[in-house]
Design a protein around this ligand. Structure first.
Ligand code: SAH
Length: 375
């Protein structure tokens, strides 16, 4: 019965072990074999799994499947950055970006179809929010990218890994999809999954404070926080979630996270918007917030997108800002913009989103029932 098949992609090890035990009466090592096939070798077909007994493979086909998202388009930038648009269902699409560098390969993945955070300088926000991605849809992005990258490097150095780092810096707010993002991160770090160390998996958040505390108890990854402003007045405007969780609460959660996880530092992302948040006084305010704490600042030159009211800060303003931070003992770097020619840079990911929050608003204005939006 096809409808009852379980997608094994995205089942963390303990769940996969429980599945093979309960549904197939198999030992836990079968689950480990399956994980190796799915993640290490990128298999999506049980019949290719040659070290599994034929009978076990037949059984598997009846109750399980390995379903991955479909690629709609692939674009390759002049700098080697690749962007895939993936079909999530009949209408919705999300984007995944691969950024090759000499010493590493970073995959930037999405956690939601659209985003509900409404940051004023982000293209994804303009698309509105549709839904959370499932664990399979999150892990599927890595599975697909790995397959594509391996194929395109067919005869290249097979020993170097294409994907060395995974960052949740694509579409969506990962902590608003906590339930599915955390199991996906466990698969990224599992040695039978993608076997990445905790420093090579980065969760970037606009600042959902309660979920940062929860994460501190449950999952040990690198934390990046989209700060973007050094005071509440400005941050309320740029990152509206700040009205609910202001800067002092957010920073307290960050320091707690580092303590709890024995981590090195939190990376604070700061988008450089001309004349808005890029003045020397903003840099000095930022110093007062971060000095003496386990913090690093990553300045991101603003990437324009159609319809935006912002401009990128001039190179000199960014350099000046960084200098003030560094001179006062706050480590700051400037992010190199990659993939701009294919709209793959930070904040340019738009995908294909049917906004359910607008649907909801429409229903509300029309006096109809409020459609629940899961965030
Ligand atoms: N929702 C998460 C994940 C998105 S990460 C978060 O807010 O952290 C993407 C990073 O790019 C964030 O730091 C985001 O604020 C930044 N960004 C968004 N729009 C941008 C733009 N137009 N130019 C440069 N950076 C942008």
């Amino acid at each position: 019965m096809a409808g009852e098949r379980v997608n094994l992609l995205g089942l963390p090890r303990a769940q996969l072990e429980a599945f093979v035990a309960q549904r197939l009466g198999a030992k836990p090592f079968r689950a480990r074999q399956l994980m190796k096939w799915i993640y290490r070798r990128g298999a999506a077909d049980f019949s290719a799994m040659s070290d599994l007994a034929r009978e076990f493979r037949t059984q598997l086909r009846e109750v399980a499947e390995i379903t991955v998202p479909q690629i709609v388009t692939e674009q390759v930038s002049s700098d080697g950055t690749r962007k895939w648009m993936l079909r999530m269902d009949q209408v919705q699409g999300i984007e995944t970006v691969y950024i090759p560098e000499p010493d590493r390969g970073t995959l930037c993945i999405s956690s939601q179809v659209g985003c509900a955070m409404d940051c004023t300088f982000c293209a994804t926000a303009q698309q509105g929010f549709n839904r959370n991605l499932s664990v399979a849809e999150i892990v599927g992005q890595v599975w697909l990218a790995q397959r594509e990258l391996t194929e395109s490097r067919a005869s290249a150095d097979g020993r170097t890994r294409a994907i060395t780092n995974i960052v949740f810096m694509g579409m969506g707010e990962p902590l608003a999809n906590y339930r599915n993002v955390v199991p996906a991160m466990h698969i990224f770090m599992d040695d039978l999954g993608y076997d990445l160390s905790r420093r090579r998996v980065t969760l970037s958040t606009s600042g959902l404070v309660p979920q940062i505390y929860k994460l501190a108890e449950e999952c040990n990854v690198a934390l990046a926080v989209s700060l973007h402003a050094p005071n509440d007045e400005l941050r309320n405007e740029l990152v509206p979630i700040n009205r609910k969780h202001p800067i002092d609460e957010l920073l307290a959660a960050c320091w707690h996270y580092i303590d709890q996880q024995n981590g090195r530092s939190v990376t604070f992302e700061y988008v450089m918007l001309d004349g808005v948040n890029d003045k020397p006084e903003h840099a000095r305010q930022l110093v007062r917030l971060l000095k003496g704490h386990p913090a690093k600042v990553n300045l991101i030159p603003f990437n324009v997108f159609p319809g935006t009211r912002y401009r990128r800060s001039p190179v000199a303003a960014i350099a000046r800002f960084r200098e003030i931070l560094n001179d006062h003992g706050v480590i700051a770097t400037t992010r190199k913009t990659r993939g701009g020619d294919i709209d793959a840079a930070c904040g340019q990911l738009a995908g294909k989103v049917t906004d359910r929050t607008l649907v909801r608003l429409g229903a509300k204005l029309g006096g109809g029932a409020l459609t629940a939006v899961e965030t």
